[in-house]
Each structure stands twice: as C-alpha cells, then as structure tokens.
Ligand binder design. Structure first.
Ligand code: CP
Length: 336
C-alpha cells in the first residue's frame, strides 16, 4: 500500500466522527472519511506489528461476533482484526443456541449485549435485524451483511483494494479515469449495492460504471437506487455482453451469489471469467468471494488476480474501522 500512503493527506479529523457510531449502510461514508480510513488501513497493512500489536488499542474490549448466516471471510477477518488490535471475542455462530430460539425479541437480546460487550458485528439474513437491534443498543453495531440489503464493510474492502491498485483515484480529478465493470444485480446483491454507493463518492474517478447482467425477469435496480447514483455523478451503462466489454475494462468486479431468505441463489450463470476471457492488459479482477463457476481458478495465477489481495486487505480495512469506532478517541491520533 505504499502508493496509497503517499497519495493521501495528513488530516484525520474525519476518523473521529466514527467514534461509538453504528455502521448500518455504505451511505454513511463520505469521501473524506473514506480517504482517511484507507490511509489508516494502509498504515496497518504496511506494518501491522508496529501499529497494532504493541499499542493494542482494543485491549480490554470485548467483541460480540454474531453470525446467523454462513461466513468465511467476514467473520474471520473481523475476528482477526479484533485480535490483532488486542481485544477479546465472544462468538455466536448459530442463533438457535440463544434465546432467539425461544422467541426472545431482538431488542431484549440487544439490551443484554449492552452489558456483555463493547461492540457487535452482526450478520443476519433478515434485513431489519440491524435496525431493530440499533434501537436498543448503547454499544456500536456493525452490519456484516443483512440479507439482500447491504454489506458496507465488504464495500470498504473492495474500494480499498481499488485505491491500493491506483492511489491517484483518490484525487478529485485524476488524470486517468478508469472504467469499471460490475457483473451482478444491484437490486439483489448486497455487495454490489454497497459498492456502487461507495463508488459514487469518487464518481469523478470513473469514466463509466458498466453493470453487466443476464437477468431477464425483473428490474435489476431497487427503487431510486440508480437515480441516486446518477445524481451523485456516476455514469452508468447496462449490458449483457461481458466479453464485448472486457477489453475496455480496467477493473472487473464479479459476483454471482446472492443470499435470498434462507439460502443462496446463483445469478448470472452465463457470465463467466476464465483464462481465455479477453481481459485488458493490466486490468484487475475483484470478487468478494465465495466464488462459484463464474470465476475460474485458472485466473488465480495471473496478474489479474486481485481478489485474494482484496480479501487480505479486508483485515486491515476492518482494523482501521474498529480502531475508530471502538477505542478511546485519543488513540486514533496515536495510531495515525
Ligand atoms: N465476502 C463475504 O461476505 O464473504 P463471507 O460470506 O465468507 O463472509
């Protein structure tokens, strides 16, 4: 992340605005805050031992890690981030082991969480759970994916990967704008929805956002979703011809799995990337993972593979976020 460290300004007052705040939606993150978060993440990534381990900014703090829907990356990277910052963790991976199975309300569970921890990270297939718990929580809660709605911290990790790849995009008017293709359905994929919101914060950095889908049934946009992004300045085009776009795309973001109620659906089955795809030289592929057949493992050993770096960077991005939300205000200044 050296380029990113060089590219950003020295100001960090925006980080302090996160202190003790909930994270429900990507819409909470404005451009200056994102820039400062990326810088802090880059500091952690450049030297995690120097900036995290000796200082242990979350020493004595307890995370309640509640994942009621399967997760590899989000849960483990949040827990890894928390551990690296010196805190301790209580983990719930099955809601049926809690009072929810006996009909206990989410507001009562939230009231108990207030007594037992300092922060909650929640993944729940019910879209409303984060908001319901927020009303009773006096400790911060972070949305780690709520049904088809949002996955704001994944979007932070996604955009952090793009900014590490091309730090000049953080500038208001970068000399070379990029073209990004998003293979997915914005109305039904939480990762795509949250990422598009964050991209709109840097709309002057993107020549075009091409949404690529093979959906024939319904509207690929939620009500007002596209209008809001266009109002923020994003230039959006839609197509179903992935291969026709690939030679012009600098970043290809692909995802096929969407969590719908109690199971996952695979979307965009005709849209696949493999070693024979006509990818632009120097372009990168991002994927929030887990992947299916849409992303061939034959691309893993090519320079287009930025999806593993994206997943690795998520730890440092989450360290930055947790530092700002949970620990004492003054220590953010020590870390930055
Ligand atoms: N990207 C992501 O949300 O992965 P997990 O489902 O493994 O957490």
């Amino acid at each position: 992340p050296k380029g990113l460290l060089r590219a950003v300004q020295e100001e960090h007052e925006y980080l302090l605005t996160l202190s003790n705040n909930h994270v429900a939606s990507a819409a909470q993150f404005e451009r200056p805050l994102l820039t400062q978060l990326f810088r802090l993440a880059a500091k952690y990534e450049a030297n995690p031992d120097r900036f995290a381990t000796p200082m242990k900014p979350l020493s004595g703090k307890l995370l309640i890690s509640a994942f009621y829907e399967p997760s590899t990356r989000t849960r483990l990277s949040f827990e890894s981030a928390w551990h690296r910052l010196g805190g301790d963790i209580m983990s719930i991976t099955d809601r049926s082991t809690t009072g929810i199975a006996k009909g206990e309300s989410l507001s009562d569970v939230a009231e108990m969480f207030n007594n037992y921890g300092d922060c909650v990270v929640l993944r729940d297939n019910a879209e409303s759970s984060v908001m319901e718990m927020m009303n009773s929580l006096r400790i911060p809660i972070i949305n780690a994916g709520n049904g088809m709605d949002e996955h704001p911290t994944q979007a932070l990790a996604d955009l952090y990967a793009i900014m590490k790849w091309k730090p000049e995009l953080l500038e208001e008017e970068p000399e070379n704008k990029i073209r990004i293709g998003i293979v997915g359905v914005p109305s039904r994929m939480r990762t795509v929805r949250s990422l598009l919101t964050l991209l709109s914060r840097f709309s002057k950095s993107f020549e075009e956002v091409v949404v690529i889908h093979d959906d024939k049934d319904g509207d690929i946009w939620a009500p007002e979703q596209k209008e809001n992004l266009v109002r923020e300045g994003l230039r959006i085009r839609e197509t179903n011809d992935l291969n026709a776009e690939l030679p012009e795309l600098d970043v290809v973001y692909i995802n096929a799995i969407a969590w719908v109620e109690d199971g996952f659906e695979v979307m965009g089955e005709s849209l696949k990337l493999d070693e024979n795809s006509p990818l632009k030289e120097g372009s990168i592929i991002l994927h929030p993972l887990a992947r299916g057949e849409e992303l061939s493992t034959s691309l893993d050993s090519t320079p287009h593979n930025w999806y593993f770096a994206q997943a690795r960077g998520a730890v440092f991005m989450r360290m930055a976020l947790l530092t700002c939300i949970v620990q004492r205000t003054g220590m953010v200044m020590d870390v930055v």
